[in-house]
Write a protein that binds this ligand. Structure first.
Ligand code: ZN
Length: 232
């Protein structure tokens, strides 16, 4: 089977938006999937819709390849996890060294549902924005985890599923450079203005690097990456 039909895990954040453009530049047909798991930063779900609309309008060649968008209700994940991403609590580090924004099993669950949907839709490439270069230390973002998952999903579905993570080995400044390579200034502006990364869901304060509270670890990473990109 030619691997030219992809499903992008698109959260509405900067990384997955860049991965979506990467996939559109590469594959013949691209669909998107997002998850509602009771995240505090639910505003990212609205950003998804706006981003997809603007992307189609401003990049018509990509718009022609862009298929259905799927939003799955994974409220159960929010119910079983007690984290600063899914409950109103302060962000801090746990005894195991991981921040309490880590939602255990999140990417495993996301990819499993993405694969189930991809199987039904005849899509064989799963694209995710995970990265272990410039990240929060989440073990399910690691390359080894995702490679193992690729093998597991392929065996469990008896169908070859390829997991692509184009951002795995680049830092956040390089992610912006990739955005620029893919779609020039217009794409950089679109990603900056219409995606959401902030953990606490603040989409009211606008900074040079986009919207966010400016304080949480996700905002910090995003600001650092932008500064590196523009050479500040
Ligand atoms: Zn923030």
């Amino acid at each position: 089977m030619p691997h030219d039909r992809a499903l992008v895990l698109f959260s509405g954040g900067q990384d997955s938006a860049t991965c979506l453009a990467w996939a559109l530049a590469r594959y013949a047909h691209v669909e998107t999937i997002g998850f509602d798991y009771g995240q505090r930063h639910r505003v990212e779900l609205q950003c998804r819709t706006t981003f997809l609309q603007r992307l189609k309008g401003e990049f018509p060649a990509w718009g022609a390849k862009l298929g259905a968008d799927h939003l799955l209700d994974l409220g159960l994940l929010g119910q079983v996890s007690d984290t600063a991403l899914t409950a109103d609590k302060a962000i801090e580090f746990e005894a195991n060294g991981l921040p309490n924004t880590f939602v255990p099993g999140r990417n495993l669950v996301f990819f499993t549902f993405a694969a189930a949907l991809a199987y039904r839709r005849g899509l064989t490439v799963l694209v995710g924005g995970m990265c272990e270069t410039d990240y929060s230390g989440y073990p399910d973002c690691r390359d080894d985890t995702l490679k193992a998952l690729q093998v597991t999903l392929g065996l469990g579905l008896a169908t070859r599923m390829v997991i692509e993570t184009p951002l795995m080995w680049i830092d956040k400044a390089a992610t912006w450079r990739l955005t620029e390579q893919l779609g020039g200034e217009p794409l950089v502006r679109l990603v900056r203005d219409e995606t959401h990364s902030c953990y606490v869901g603040d989409h009211t304060q606008q900074h040079a690097w986009g919207y966010g509270c400016g304080q949480c670890p996700a905002c910090e990473l995003r600001r650092k990456g932008w500064d590196g990109y523009v050479g500040a």
